[in-house]
Design a protein around this ligand. Structure first.
Ligand SMILES: Nc1nc2c(c(=O)[nH]1)N[C@H]1C(S)=C(S)[C@@H](COP(=O)(O)O)O[C@H]1N2
Ligand SMILES: [Mo]
Length: 323
């Protein structure tokens, strides 16, 4: 995703960062023998990298969780190495190579505040919350608006369970979620971005079976670069809807304006459902590049999840459902 303030000459990220460049950079490091062990001993400059990795995670024993076999894939899982080293997390930078920088995020203690149109506002410790939820593993495809995709084993719980836990009022129409904001992550000094990162769903979307709150990945607690300790996943929507590292969950009767919509509403809307026939203003959405193999495959309507979600959009045909 690139900043819209310079339209025209910018090219889609999918072309700006070809897989070959990324793969080559990795192979180069491997060829140089720079494995994690060697890096650890390579001097002070590299030392900050795993600084937070040792933060105790009291819920680590809950993984791996039992897989829910209802959600099957039409392609192999993407290698863990690719999913955890090729990321979008603008709080840590606007390229894909942020995984090391993200290790600085302090994920304990961590609280999630339930606010707005709820029976009672409250702030809950993340470990209390995770233990109260029915953890399971689901295999989902993920389609970034930049036309790359992956297939991932997430662990987490249905967003519906969290909505029930929050006890929203019947008058609430939307869920609004917000990412952490602090003085440390480098992205926040890029003041032209409308921080904090915010996303939203209708109540009907939030309580759909597919909407999932993620706490784990590949049978372990989810890494920081993938949105620890709590992240949303809505696999029928473009990836930017799946907001990371959530600290606030609010219920409201006003449609939330998301980070990307606020930045460039002509390119990124509220609904953001995947549709190969509706191009992004600056590139086609017909195909996607599969992370790991670099293979190009056709993109599917609702990212292939139409049987679960198409009904949510009946009667909304006049809306910009696919950007
Ligand atoms: N807080 C926050 N959440 C975010 C983003 C971000 O920059 N900040 N990027 C989004 C985008 S564009 C995508 S494609 C996915 C990427 O998730 P991944 O890095 O785990 O693959 O996270 C989404 N969630
Ligand atoms: Mo994305």
């Amino acid at each position: 995703m690139l900043i819209k303030r310079n339209p025209g000459w910018r090219i889609p990220e999918s072309r700006a960062t070809p897989e070959s460049v990324y793969v080559n950079r990795r192979s180069l490091l491997q060829a140089m023998g720079l494995g994690a062990g060697l890096l650890a001993g390579a001097g002070a400059a590299l030392e900050l990298r795993p600084a937070r990795a040792a933060d105790p995670d009291p819920t680590a024993g809950l993984y791996p969780a039992k897989r829910n076999d209802r959600y099957t894939l039409d392609r192999p899982l993407t290698p863990e190495q690719d999913v955890t080293t090729y990321n979008n997390f603008y709080e840590y930078g606007s390229d894909k190579d942020i995984w090391e920088a993200a290790q600085e995020l302090k994920i304990r203690p961590w609280t999630v505040k339930f606010e707005g149109m709820v029976e009672q506002e409250r702030e809950v410790d993340i470990d209390t919350l995770i233990r109260a939820m029915p953890l399971e593993e689901r295999l989902y495809r993920h389609r970034c608006v930049e036309a790359w995709s992956m297939a991932v084993p997430w662990t987490g719980f249905p967003l519906k369970a969290l909505v029930d836990y929050a006890k929203p009022l019947a008058s609430a129409k939307y869920v609004r979620m917000q990412t952490f904001q602090n003085d440390e992550a480098p992205g926040f000094s890029q003041v032209f971005y409308p921080w904090p990162y915010v996303e939203g769903l209708t109540m009907a979307e939030a309580t759909n079976d597919l909407a999932f709150m993620v706490t784990g990945l590949y049978g372990k607690p989810v890494p920081r670069q993938n949105g620890a300790p709590l992240r949303l996943v809505t696999p029928w929507k473009y990836g930017f809807k799946s907001i990371k590292s959530i600290i606030r969950i609010g219920f409201t009767d006003e449609r939330p304006v998301s980070f990307w919509e606020q930045l460039q509403s002509s390119e990124y809307g509220f609904w953001a459902n995947v549709n190969p026939e509706v191009p992004h203003p600056r590139w086609s959405q017909a195909m996607e590049r599969v992370l790991g193999t670099g293979e190009r495959v056709p993109t599917q309507l609702f990212n292939g999840y139409g049987e679960y979600v198409a009904g949510l959009y009946k009667g909304l045909e006049g809306e910009r459902l696919y950007t």
